[in-house]
Design a protein. Sequence first.
Lengths: 519, 191
Amino acid sequence: MNARSIPRFSIAATLAISLGLAAALSSQAPASPSLTILSREGRRSIPIAMVADQEFVALDDLTSIFQLTTREDASGAVTVSYKGKTIILTPDQALASVSGRLVSLPAALTRNAGRRWLVPEEFISRALTLIYDARLDLRKSSRLLVVGDVRVPRLTVRYETVGPTAGRLTIDAVPRALSTVTQDADRLSVKFDADALDAPNVLLTPQPAPSLVTAVRVVDATTLAVDLGPRFAGFRATSQTLDATQRVVLDVLGQAQTDATPPPAGPPSQPALPPQPALPGPAEIPAFGQPTSAIHTIAVDAGHGGDDEGVHTAEGVKEKDLTLTVARRLKAVIEARLGLRVLLTRDDDRNVPIDERTSLANNNKADLFISLHANGSMRPTTTGAAIFCAAFDKDAAQAAAALGTERLPTFGGGSRDIEMVPWDLAQTHHLTQSEAFAALLQQQFHDRVPLASRPIDRAPLRVLESANMPAVLIELGYLTTPEQAKLLTSDTFQAAAVQAMFDAIVRFRDTLTPPGGTP
Amino acid sequence: MSARRLLTIAALTIVAISIVSIVWLRAPRLTSRATPRAAAAPSPTAPAPPGRKIKARLFYVADDGMRLAGVERDIAYGEGASEQAREIVAAQIAPVVEPLVSAVPAGTALRAVFLTEGGEAYVDLSREVASAHPGGTLNELLTVYTIVNALTVNLPAVTAVQVLIDGKEVETLAGHVDLRQPLAKNLSWVQ
């Protein structure tokens, strides 16, 4: 079998791998253990033989799967060959000579009762991998061998209770695999961008009823279900990259515990119970949508619309449709996870004047303005997302600063200092924060959204200049580059981009909100 | 003189008057058609027509598509700053052949260039600069700064440039770059 011979992974193969792996991992019957081999061509299992507490596999099983040739010479040594490269095994030595280089094995080559040659499993990861032309990733604890570039992240899950009304579920994926989290009634679904998952069917055994998370289990090829308890009230998902690990942290918040039984109806003279001290807040758990947040409203601008189609491809992909789709997804995620108010400058296919877009944000006192676009280039190979902040020439910035404040009378008497800012220069007062947010976006796009060679730029962009709050324009990629157009319209990319933007918003909010205080 | 001869003379006279009238009436239009226009500006890659030349740095889309690349070209000499500005823009927006790629949409014609005493230039382009624009923030930035930098780099007297379309001020070309004010030279968009 040559893992590189099939470049595309068919749905059937994915299904076969995934279902097979789930079955293999869930039914690890100790009586007949087997090694599951996953590749682009599907799944196979070969039996594992136990010899002196050591796991062996039959050499002829490996020979047929990996198209090896074996030859036994008169001295009893066995030569394993693949495309001109050789491994020499000797029955009484826990060593293998791989193209002349010695590697150690935990046990020597041996025969079983049926006279078949057996090799320790480590033969695959220490010797065979050195002569084979595809990656061989042996995961002994899962009894899994991943061949080639099949993406099978190993998942580990940890759940901690943080105070009486919150919990934190940490899901680590190694090697890194992006994921998206969605809520469906009393369940959170964590879908991974992978071909299969290396995880037992149940990652978190059922927890007692008061727990906010009651179980975590595999529900399909690439999705985990997080079952939620009846007290669940909301969650926030964040993603971190730690070397080879992609970590998803789900902070879950429960409803405050209330005494279900009403206080007894005593005589009016009965002294009231002293007020109960407030329950301590959960450590490290953010208070979702609490009034202490520095961000209450976010304006999301879906670029173009109506007869202004923006960039469009020969295949009919239009920038105006892409921006609307991503804007809607971003709104849904922010509202569901943070409970913030999100305004869309348009929620259908219509032309919205630029000033109207900014007016919506300004008049609703939005705390952040995000304009979504897709880029175009005269060259067909330009790629990468870019984040733009507004740029003003020196004269304009000085003019804005020179206006200063004006003391105006207020209703009911007295006066109030009003900062005077020309409409077209409103953004001059927020440039520092806009650039800070752009830097967070760049940070969160890393590894998730391909970035242009200069990911952050400043330009005199009309839609940003009048925004009276931190504002950025995000070009998600180039529709004029065929590979990028395909990427930008994919569900996986859009989910990753939305997650990255969401994470940047959370971090930006955290920078504006002092711990435990009002900004 | 016979009647027949009189008739012949009369016919010839009418024909002569008609010819003179036609020539007289058509002459101004023929003259106006011969007036040079910006759209007929010489291509920087075409053989240079006879006449005095100057060196100018023109801007085209760089290989990576992310920035502009400056290219030195011989362009027609213009008498005075205003006429020279017109020659520079005409050369800049003229069609080019590979490997050069222009950030100015094909079909864009130069209508006029005005200079102010304050060093601002107003470049009036035909509507194709917007209607034929492929869109995208970067594309639009490169289109705008092609024009802005072509004038500000080659004519020190020009400090800022505003693009007009069909003689009118516009907000943007394709929905992104603010064109309501003259823009200063910006070489960060040049490699």
